[in-house]
Design a protein around this ligand. Structure first.
Ligand SMILES: Cc1cc2nc3c(=O)[nH]c(=O)nc-3n(C[C@H](O)[C@H](O)[C@H](O)COP(=O)(O)OP(=O)(O)OC[C@H]3O[C@@H](n4cnc5c(N)ncnc54)[C@H](O)[C@@H]3O)c2cc1C
Length: 334
């Protein structure tokens, strides 16, 4: 068991909200640590490799930009070659082009590219799940699944809200009752995501390589080759089930879900499937959001909650929430 110094801030979650909060605090000189239970950074910005090194995005597929604060960050990413615009809209299954004129951006090497860039200069500890939280003499004590103890003057939680609330369960009066009751209302849509590696590139998914679907089990289909992240001679599709199908079939076997989603995608496959991977996103998008960009309380010890349930149910919302959380924590530490 390892016991450490008292840090200024412990940030739980190396998704885009936790990382942007960390960047703000780090540049202000805070002694912080970001921890994540996963093996890589990014959270729901998730890119995976399949057989023969094919790169596939299986969480968020693209992001949009509306607010100047996020736009400034995206401009830097564009200049550094970390993101590029993909499309302004996609075709529906009847071939109609649906566009709202907004650019959809993607990471040039996959959606984790932005998170990897932000994390580069930050102290991040991966494979580290926080299992228990306590407050001792106004200092946070977080115990990891492996039994390591991390002390911090302030705590930022960026996991999906039900997971953050579950962690806070062991802390007496961690949140005022009114705030806790509001947070308990926040629910998320699940998403069953199937990755399918094909023998040959699919010619059936129209340019630019993404499609919105409705009325069946699928809501989204992307060709990662046409999208430009898996190499154009590689064939790997991302199939997202609709929220309705995902909820109704959450407990179904992987074989059953895989068969149904591949059947729904059959008109666009155009080549034999070599390999599939199913990922169950229990928390994909929040159905409700909190009216502020983050929640901050000073007692029993400084605590902030952030993430897409606060800034808006998208990558941009999560980013804006992380920036707000970083600014609030910087003030709390002063
Ligand atoms: C299938 C899917 C499709 C999506 N499509 C889009 C899209 O096209 N466009 C768009 O803008 N958005 C999309 N989104 C939403 C977008 O990905 C999220 O809004 C955004 O990435 C959330 O960032 P976050 O930092 O708030 O949370 P997360 O990315 O979820 O980060 C939270 C982190 O906390 C970690 N964590 C949780 N509990 C613990 C613990 N106990 N100990 C340590 N670490 C812990 C998790 O591992 C995770 O990395 C999609 C999401 C999914 C799942």
């Amino acid at each position: 068991m390892k016991t450490e110094e008292i840090r200024d801030v412990l940030i739980v979650g190396a998704g885009i909200s936790g990382l942007l909060a960390a960047k703000t605090l780090h540049s202000g000189g805070a002694n912080l640590l970001v921890v994540d239970k996963a093996r890589g950074v990014g959270g729901r910005l998730a890119t995976r490799r399949m057989g023969s090194g094919v790169v596939v995005d299986h969480g968020a597929q693209y992001f949009t930009v509306t607010e100047p604060q996020f736009s400034a960050i995206v401009d830097d990413w564009k200049l550094a070659g970390i993101v590029r615009p993909w499309a302004h809209g996609f075709r529906l299954q009847d071939g109609t082009l649906k566009s709202d004129g907004k650019a959809r951006y993607v990471g040039t090497t996959g959606m984790t590219a932005m998170a990897k860039d932000v994390a580069r200069s930050l102290p991040v500890r991966l494979d580290t799940r926080i299992a228990r939280l306590e407050v001792r003499d106004s200092v946070w004590l977080a115990t990891t699944e492996a039994g390591d103890r991390i002390f911090a003057r302030a705590l930022l939680l960026t996991a999906p809200v039900p997971q953050s609330l579950a962690l806070l369960n062991t802390v007496h009066a961690a949140l005022p009752d009114t705030i806790k009751a509001e947070l308990e209302q926040i629910q998320y849509s699940p998403c069953l995501a199937l990755l399918a590696r094909l023998e040959r590139p699919s010619s059936a998914i129209p340019e630019p390589g993404g499609m919105w679907l409705a009325g069946g089990p699928l809501s989204w289909m992307a060709d990662n080759g046409k999208k430009g992240i898996s190499g154009s001679d590689h064939a790997a599709l991302t199939l997202h089930a609709s929220a309705g199908y995902s909820e109704a079939n959450w407990e179904s076997s992987a074989e059953e879900i895989t068969a149904t989603l591949l059947e729904a995608a059959a008109p666009w496959l155009g080549s034999p499937v070599l390999e599939t991977q199913l990922h169950r996103w229990r928390y994909s998008l929040p159905k409700q959001t909190y009216p502020e960009r983050c929640v901050a309380v000073a007692s029993p010890a400084p605590l902030v909650l952030a993430g897409d349930a606060f800034g808006g149910p998208r990558v941009e919302g999560a980013a804006l929430s992380g920036l707000a959380a970083g600014a609030v924590l910087a003030k709390m530490l002063r």
